[in-house]
Design a protein around this ligand. Structure first.
Ligand code: MN3
Length: 204
C-alpha cells in the first residue's frame, strides 16, 4: 500500500507565489486521489505488491494490461507529486551559490536566466496537461524535456528518458486559482520557491 506523504512545509509556506488553497487542494485532493487509485489498481494484482514504484514505472510495458494505464497515470501521479513537493521551499535558496549545480547549468544552458527561459518555453509548448523536467542523462549532461499527463522521464514509455532532478507540474490544477490561464506567469514565478539544494542533491 502506498501512502500520501506529508507536505514538508505548511500550505501557506509558498505564498504569495503559490497560494495556500491551491497547495491544499493539490496535495490533499489531487495527490491523495492518485494514491487511492494506485492502491485500488494494485489490490487486484497481489503479485505486484512487493514491487517498488520506480520498478513499476520503469517497466510499464511488462505490467498486466488491465492495470497498466491505471499504474502509469496514478503511479506516475504519485511519483511526480512526491517529487514536486520536495524540491520547493518558502525559504529563498540562491542556486548560483551551489557550485556543482551552477557549473552544470552554466555548461549546458549558458547561465541560470537562459535555463529558466528555456524551461518556461518548454512548459508553454507542452499542450494540455503534463510536466516539464530538468533531467540528467547517463553521460551526465542536463536536458529539458516534457511529458504528457502523469508520465515522467523515468518511464519506459517516455519519449526522452533521463533522471529527473527538477520538475514542474503544468496541469491547470497546479496554478489555476491564482493564475487562471496564465501558465507563463506561473512558470516565471516558480523560481521564487525552488529548493536548489534539493535539485543539486539529486544530481549524480
Ligand atoms: Mn498536479
Amino acid at each position: 500500500m502506498f501512502t500520501l506523504p506529508e507536505l514538508p512545509y505548511s500550505f501557506n509556506a509558498l505564498e504569495p507565489y503559490i497560494d495556500a488553497l491551491t497547495m491544499e487542494i493539490h496535495h490533499d485532493k489531487h495527490h491523495a486521489a492518485y494514491v487511492t487509485k494506485l492502491n485500488e489498481a494494485l489490490e487486484k494484482h497481489p503479485e505486484l505488491g512487493d514491487r517498488s514504484l520506480d520498478d513499476l514505472l520503469t517497466n510499464t510495458q511488462g505490467l498486466p494490461e488491465d492495470v497498466r494505464t491505471a499504474i502509469r497515470n496514478n503511479g506516475g501521479g504519485h511519483w511526480n507529486h512526491s517529487f514536486f513537493w520536495e524540491q520547493l521551499t518558502g525559504e529563498r535558496v540562491d542556486g548560483s551559490q551551489l557550485s556543482k549545480l551552477a557549473d552544470a547549468i552554466n555548461k549546458y544552458f549558458g547561465d541560470y536566466e537562459s535555463f529558466k527561459t528555456e524551461f518556461a518555453k518548454a512548459g508553454m509548448a507542452r499542450f494540455g496537461s503534463g510536466w516539464v523536467w530538468l533531467v540528467q542523462k547517463e553521460d551526465g549532461s542536463l536536458e529539458i524535456v516534457t511529458t504528457p499527463n502523469q508520465d515522467n522521464p523515468l518511464m519506459d514509455v517516455a519519449e526522452k528518458k533521463g533522471k529527473p532532478i527538477f520538475g514542474v507540474d503544468v496541469w491547470e490544477h497546479a496554478y489555476y486559482l491564482n493564475y487562471q490561464n496564465r501558465r507563463q506567469e506561473y512558470l516565471d514565478t516558480i523560481w521564487n520557491v525552488v529548493n536548489w539544494n534539493k535539485v543539486e542533491e539529486r544530481m549524480n
